[in-house]
Design a protein around this ligand. Structure first.
Ligand SMILES: [Zn+2]
Length: 343
C-alpha cells in the first residue's frame, strides 16, 4: 500500500454525516473514484457496491490502521472527525495491530432522511440512526419513517400529523431520542400489528376508518389504503400511545392492583386515542394482548417506560408473582356464569 499523504481538497464533514457519504464526497472533491480512495485506506473485507451513489448511503467501518491513514490523507483531528461522523470510530476487526482494512455494510434503519434537507447540506447523507426521531420533515413536507417513507405530504391538509410530529420532538427533548423511539416502536407494534392483525379489539374498526380517511386526504392511491396503510396515517395515535408509554407515572399505574386503579391507565389510553365508547372499559380483555404483556414484563420487574421492556426474559432472575386482576368484575362474573351454565 502506498504511503498516505495529504489530499489537495478536504471537504468539511457535516454533523451527523454517514461515513460512506463523507468518503464519497472526499473522493469526488479530489476527482477520484470513491472505490480507489477506499482502496487507499485499506483492504476492503466485504462486497463493495459498484455504483458510487450507493456507496454514499453505506456505513464504512475502518480499523485503527485504516483510520490513521484517513487522518493522514485529510489532516483531520481524530476526536473532531468522530464527533461529526460517529460511524468512523475505528474498530478492531480481529486482533490489535492488524493491517489496514475497511468494512462496508448497509444502513438498516426505518427512518430515511429528507431530500430537501440533504440539498441544504450540499448533498451529504445523514446517519439516520442518529436522528431516528425525525419521522417527518415539516419544513419540506416529507414523511420519513417506515411504510410510506419518502411520501410527499401537504401538512396543511393533515394538521394532526404535523401536531404529532411536534409532540414527538418535544418528547425527544424531555426523554431523549432512544427512549422516545423505543416507546414509539412499542406503540407501532400494538396499533399496527398486534391489535390490527391478531386481536381485533372492539374499538379498533374506528381506528382503521380514521386512518383510511387520513390516507385519502393525503392523496394516496386506493390500493394502498386498504391494507398497507402508510405509517404517517397512524402517526397521531402512535404518538398518543408513545406519550402514555414513556411516562413512568402511567407505566406504574398500568400494573394490576387489587383496588383496580389500573383502570385509570386504560381510561387514559382511550382518551389519548380519542375513543368515546366507555363500554370498552368493562374488562381489560378489550385491550389484549397489552394487559398480558404488562403482567409478563412486570414479573421481570419491568415497566412500560423501561428500555428493557420487551427484551427476552432473563434466565438468572426468579420471576415475581403478578396476579391477573381485571378493571371491573364484569368479565369474571360473566366467566363464572358461563362455567355455571356449562356444568
Ligand atoms: Zn427537510
Amino acid at each position: 500500500m502506498p504511503p498516505a499523504r495529504r489530499l489537495p481538497v478536504v471537504p468539511r464533514p457535516q454533523a451527523g454525516e454517514l461515513s460512506g457519504s463523507y468518503l464519497a464526497r472526499l473522493a469526488m472533491a479530489n476527482r477520484t473514484d470513491p472505490h480507489t480512495l477506499i482502496g487507499l485506506l485499506g483492504r476492503v473485507t466485504a462486497h463493495v457496491p459498484a455504483d458510487e451513489q450507493h456507496l454514499a448511503i453505506m456505513v464504512l467501518t475502518l480499523n485503527e490502521a485504516a483510520f490513521s491513514r484517513l487522518l493522514t490523507y485529510t489532516g483531520h483531528v481524530a476526536d473532531r472527525l468522530v464527533r461529526a461522523i460517529p460511524s468512523l470510530m475505528p474498530k478492531t476487526f480481529k486482533a490489535p495491530g492488524e493491517l489496514p482494512a475497511v468494512r462496508i455494510s448497509f444502513l438498516k434503519e426505518p427512518t430515511v432522511e429528507c431530500p430537501g434537507c440533504r440539498l441544504r447540506r450540499n448533498g451529504a447523507y445523514l446517519d439516520t440512526r442518529l436522528f431516528s426521531h425525525r419521522t417527518a420533515c415539516l419544513r419540506h413536507g416529507y414523511w420519513l419513517y417506515g411504510q410510506g417513507s419518502g411520501d410527499r405530504l401537504d401538512f396543511a391538509l393533515l394538521p394532526e400529523v404535523a401536531v404529532a410530529q411536534q409532540r414527538l420532538n418535544r418528547a425527544t427533548l424531555r426523554y431523549g431520542s432512544v427512549n422516545t423511539m423505543h416507546a414509539y416502536r412499542i406503540a407501532v407494534g400494538y396499533l399496527g400489528h398486534a391489535w390490527r392483525i391478531n386481536y381485533h379489539p372492539p374499538w379498533y374498526p374506528a381506528m382503521i376508518a380514521r386512518w383510511q380517511q387520513r390516507t385519502r386526504t393525503g392523496g394516496v392511491l386506493p390500493a394502498r389504503e386498504t391494507w398497507q396503510l402508510p405509517d404517517w396515517a397512524m402517526h397521531s395515535e402512535c404518538m398518543a400511545l408513545t406519550c402514555l408509554f414513556l411516562s413512568p407515572y402511567w407505566a406504574r399505574l398500568a400494573l394490576p392492583a387489587p383496588d383496580r386503579r389500573h383502570k385509570l391507565f386504560y381510561e387514559r389510553l382511550l382518551a389519548e386515542l380519542a375513543i368515546e365508547d366507555r363500554g370498552i372499559l368493562q374488562t381489560i380483555r378489550n385491550f389484549d394482548p397489552l394487559p398480558g404483556d404488562i403482567q409478563e414484563q412486570a414479573r421481570w420487574g419491568r415497566l412500560l417506560s423501561d428500555l428493557e421492556w420487551g427484551l427476552p426474559s432473563p434466565v438468572t432472575v426468579t420471576p415475581l408473582k403478578v396476579p391477573f386482576i381485571d378493571i371491573t368484575d364484569n368479565y369474571e362474573m360473566s366467566m363464572r356464569r358461563l362455567l355455571g351454565a356449562a356444568s
